[in-house]
Design a protein around this ligand. Sequence first.
Ligand code: 2P0
Length: 333
Amino acid sequence: MEATARAYTNIALIKYWGKRDEQLFLPMNSSLSITLDQFYTTTSVQFCTCLSADIFILNGQLASEQETVKISRFMSLLRDLSGKKLYAVIDSTNKVPTAAGFASSASGYAALAAAGTKALGMDSDDQTLSKIARQGSGSACRSIYGGYVEWQKGDKEDGTDSYAHQILEAQDWNLSILSVLLVPEPKEVLSREGMKRTVETSPFYAGWLDTVEVDLNTAKSALQQRDFEMLGNVLEGNALKMHATTLGANPPFMYWTSATLDVMQQVKELRATGIQAYFTIDAGPNVKVLCQPKDEQIVQEKLKDIPAVQDVYLCHPGPGITYLPQSKKKNCC
Ligand code: 2P0
């Protein structure tokens, strides 16, 4: 009873920001993302009758109690769904620069949902996997699919209509996504807490909800027409709106640092010279810059020239869940 799966991280073009149900991870709004080809999590799950609790190994080391409790809560969802009361060794390796604030929860829970259900013999289709992964971390429901992905928020209280689906395959439109790694600083407000505080206290959150659906439709039209300028304008504006909501929260907070602004400024300067590049920012200071492959080299060079930038990783649209052969490693009896 074991399986290994790999899932890739995703970057939201239209952001998921705010929950309508925290237990089921149901979002206030639909979102749109690109699954990336460079950052991923590989997870092996091995269920065994000899275990009396889940064991979580993260990047080759026994995870902390706090991390294990979170993972075990998700494993209990799989146990409930399958009706099998078995514990597992979960061995997970991130090829995601997590310390630098790149989210690994999306790839992590997508890989765990895929490996866990397969190990239990559940034979879940992608839509089911997406709904399961969502209950580990919202953005994970998008990482089940490769390419360009929409997470439809759904309206039902039980969450059965809240899942992701693919809009375009990775090879349908090759864009360049440059992940800009800034000099690391500890994260002030985690995204889960940040979105909750914003929904509950920010007067600007209503403005977010009023316009996010329009942004989503504009982005989807841009994808269908392969109109990069249209896509760039809407994704940049959507990220700025998400961040504007945090300034109105009580207490207010802000994910940007001066280095974030330096990158934003560089992107605007590139545009002034006729190079189409657009930025987006998640719940942290790091910036992702989108451009077309013909410009990726010059954009990467210009971003690397910024003193506060440590590194720039070049990504393209990547694949969905992939299953890997069993590792020879034995973690239990
Ligand atoms: C996104 N973010 O759409 C948005 C934009 C951050 C900003 O999804 O609480 O780790 O586990 O559902 O998915 C990050 O939040 O949050 C995120 P939970 P998640 O990518």
